[in-house]
Design a protein around this ligand. Structure first.
Ligand code: F6P
Length: 548
């Protein structure tokens, strides 16, 4: 395998990058009046506008040359053929099988996984229909009103984000709650207002060993049994989603209440599996199937569309362009949609746990940047928080602006204001405000000349900040499925270019291991000496505060 920076396209892109010094994004539109049409991609109602980027056709062909040289087509084939592209864990990454609406065989180790996928989907349908219809009740015969998902990371963030986003499609009779943090506050905040007789716990853990989830599940079991006063209640009030069936059974969950997960599904790509059970309980299985269908449509688009018109490929390669050739280290995800409030947090894990790696597939250090820091918030809240830095700070950051043309509510005037802000921000990022305009603005505000002179530097916006605009008709289960799959493929593609394994997460292990050993040292009041001096000092200070 040739090192990434040795690819011919890499040097060509480096040379091409030089041409961009001092150029203004807004001038590109003067040079080519059809730039918006040329650099907007469409797939169904989805629009991906990349015209506000430092790209020409030459840039794009060089980026696509890089994709070819990094063997993106071959890696895509390997991914969809169920090859063990997660080489460090010797696993496939076949989450596309979970939404494979064609039902064509998809193989892992020569075995078609579709029968298992369909079996669990049917199990989800039967279970969620029964709970929603009040046929499946709690121990005392009462209908479930609350579902508590106990899980963390990939077993929490996606499900929580989707439930929040699709709340308009939800049953008014069921509320969903997400217990993830080991902090006892989280448990108490959630259970404080719950009635154990009408609460269903979904223990979501691929491994069924994650400490936070296991401790929260045990506390939940105790809470339930104490309040109901009968340990047999566990059978009716707990279900599990896991690939570790024996551990789930050992916990006390009946076999028929365990929804199987497979090792070819990575945690952060698992919301399409039974990990999505709370989604099905909340919005119903038909809507969940629509959500899968949307993702499948994006999969088909990715797998069958030429790269120049391929949404995930273009998004991924633009990221590579900025990260590797403009030294961009942070990327903002800005949904102008309160329902997508959880999307930035979800993508933090999806992108950073996948591509936050510095060792390539051959075990060598990457001498190039990989995943940026991903952050964001729902517009317009973000505007009143971190946009100042984006507009006038010293970091060069890229952003994705996401919006639906039509709201799901009927407060049209709100949506008009929201979407005007969406347009205004991408315009302001690109065009900024020059000296002449800033001067005019200050004059209009009636300042004296001396004040105008001193304020002028602060009122200028340099602009030239690239952004991607994503727009679709309306946020619904199908659209959301598409949107999430778009980002999943982007992550996969960037991992291929950077020659890293996007599907393991060894970086989260060290802290976990140390925490376990520290836990054994903090029970008594003996001074701790086994760590570095700072950590010893902190632990000992903690003991002093705790014990006095
Ligand atoms: O954060 C590490 C991690 O392994 C994630 O990849 C995963 O999503 C999360 O923990 C939860 O894991 P599990 O579903 O096995 O409890």
């Amino acid at each position: 395998m040739t090192y990434l920076t040795k690819f011919p396209a890499w040097s060509k892109l480096q040379a091409h990058r030089q041409q961009w010094h001092g150029r203004q994004l807004c001038d590109l539109f003067q040079e080519d009046k059809s730039r918006f049409e040329k650099f907007s991609l469409q797939h169904d109602d989805f629009l991906l506008d990349i015209s506000k980027h430092f790209v020409t056709e030459e840039t794009i062909s060089l980026l696509l040359q890089l994709a070819d040289e990094a063997a993106l087509p071959a890696w895509t084939n390997k991914m969809s053929a169920g090859d063990k592209i997660n080489h460090t864990e010797s696993r496939a990454a076949l989450h596309i099988a979970l939404r494979n609406k064609s039902n064509q065989p998809m193989l892992v180790d020569g075995v078609d996984v579709m029968p298992s996928v369909n079996r669990v989907l049917l199990q989800m349908r039967n279970f969620s229909d029964a709970v929603r219809a009040g046929q499946r009740t709690g121990f005392t015969g009462k209908t479930f009103t609350d579902v508590v998902n106990i899980g963390v990371g990939g077993s929490d963030l996606g499900t929580a984000m989707v439930c929040e986003a699709l709340e308009p499609y939800a049953s008014k009779d069921i509320s969903v709650h997400f217990l993830s943090n080991i902090d006892g506050n989280h448990f108490q905040q959630i259970t404080r207002h719950l009635d154990p007789e009408t609460t269903l716990f979904v223990v979501a853990s691929k491994t069924f060993t994650t400490q936070e989830t296991m401790v929260n599940a045990e506390t939940a079991r105790l809470w339930l049994v104490n309040l109901i006063g009968d340990s047999r209640a566990v059978t009716d009030h707990f279900v599990a989603i896991s690939s570790n069936i024996s551990a789930a059974t050992k916990f006390g969950i009946n076999k028929e209440n365990i929804f199987e997960l497979w090792d070819w599904v990575g945690g952060r790509f698992s919301l399409w599996s039974a990990i999505g059970l709370p989604i099905a309980l909340y919005i119903g299985m038909d809507h969940f199937e629509d959500f899968l269908a949307g993702a499948y449509e994006m999969d088909e688009h990715f797998l069958n569309t030429d790269y120049r018109n391929n949404l995930p490929v273009m998004m991924a390669m633009l990221g590579v362009w900025y990260i590797n050739f403009f030294d961009v280290r942070a990327h903002a995800v800005l949904p102008y949609d309160q329902s997508l409030h959880g999307l930035p947090a979800y993508l933090c894990q999806a992108e950073m746990e996948s591509n936050g790696k510095g060792i390539d597939r051959q075990g060598r250090s990457c001498e190039y940047l990989t995943s940026p820091i991903v952050f964001g918030d729902a517009g317009t809240d973000g505007q009143h928080s971190f946009y100042q830095l984006l507009h006038q700070g010293t970091q060069f950051t890229t952003s994705d602006f996401i919006v639906a043309a039509r709201p799901v509510h009927n407060l049209e005037n709100h949506h008009e204001i929201l979407i005007s802000n969406y347009f205004a921000q991408t315009e302001a990022f690109m065009n900024g405000r020059g000296e002449k305009e800033a001067l005019q603005n200050l004059n209009q505000q009636g300042y004296e000349d001396k004040m105008i002179k001193s304020l002028l530097p602060y009122k200028k916006f340099f602009g030239n900040k690239p952004s991607t605009s994503i727009m679709y008709k309306q946020l619904n289960p199908r659209t959301l499925g598409k949107l999430i799959a778009l980002y999943e493929h982007k992550i996969f593609i960037q991992g291929v270019i950077w020659n890293i394994n996007s599907f393991d997460q060894m970086g989260v292990e060290l802290g976990k291991e140390l925490a376990r050993s520290i836990q054994n040292e903090i029970h008594d009041n003996k001074p701790v000496t086994s760590h570095d001096l700072s950590t010893n000092g902190l632990i000992n200070y903690y003991k002093k505060l705790r014990d006095n």
